[in-house]
Design a protein around this ligand. Structure first.
Ligand SMILES: Nc1nc2c([nH]c(=O)n2[C@H]2C[C@H](O)[C@@H](COP(=O)(O)OP(=O)(O)OP(=O)(O)O)O2)c(=O)[nH]1
Length: 144
């Protein structure tokens, strides 16, 4: 049984984890959307799956739909959830919740990213992905 001080340390370290959702968004040809983070943001220039932080009171699914509208001006259909990835960067720890999605009616438009691109799953290995995304890419490669 942990002491009270250890318990509070565990609680406070858990509290520093930022919950982030992302869409592994496939088009009808089976290509996946990757987005390049813009200048001025953490991990600028790295490629990622689109998404963002979950706001207080929001479900993961609500956060995902909001981020898709804010960043890509599009609607997506959520198909299934992949395993979350816990990753510690120097400045913060995130828990990244990936959702496999398919496109709704509209094509995404890059409203906030430096660039967006549709790639084959096998091409994900060649991209300079954010570290947390590497595990998601590996899971996709294993299942494809
Ligand atoms: N959106 C997203 N963020 C990721 C991924 N991989 C990864 O390590 N991150 C990190 C980068 C950031 O530290 C954090 C999410 O921040 P963000 O800047 O995308 O979130 P946001 O859209 O809510 O940001 P904001 O500009 O509104 O503050 O998670 C990913 O695949 N997608």
């Amino acid at each position: 049984m942990p002491t009270d001080s250890r318990m509070s340390a565990e609680i406070s370290s858990e509290a520093r984890i930022m919950e982030v959702v992302c869409a592994v968004l496939f088009d009808q040809q089976g290509k996946v959307l990757v987005c390049q983070r813009p200048e001025g943001k953490m991990l600028a220039g790295k490629w990622e799956f689109p998404g963002g932080k979950v706001d207080a009171g929001e479900s993961f699914e609500e956060a995902l739909h909001r981020e898709m509208h804010e960043e890509l001006d599009c609607e997506v259909l959520i198909r299934r959830k992949l395993s979350p990835v816990l990753h510690a960067y120097e400045s913060l720890t995130i828990r990244l919740h990936p959702f496999v999605c398919s496109l709704g009616e509209d094509l995404p438009r890059a409203l906030e990213h430096a660039a967006i691109s549709w790639v084959e799953s096998s091409e994900l290995n060649n991209l300079d992905l954010a570290c947390a995304d590497r595990e998601i890419a590996n899971e996709l490669l294993l299942s494809s």
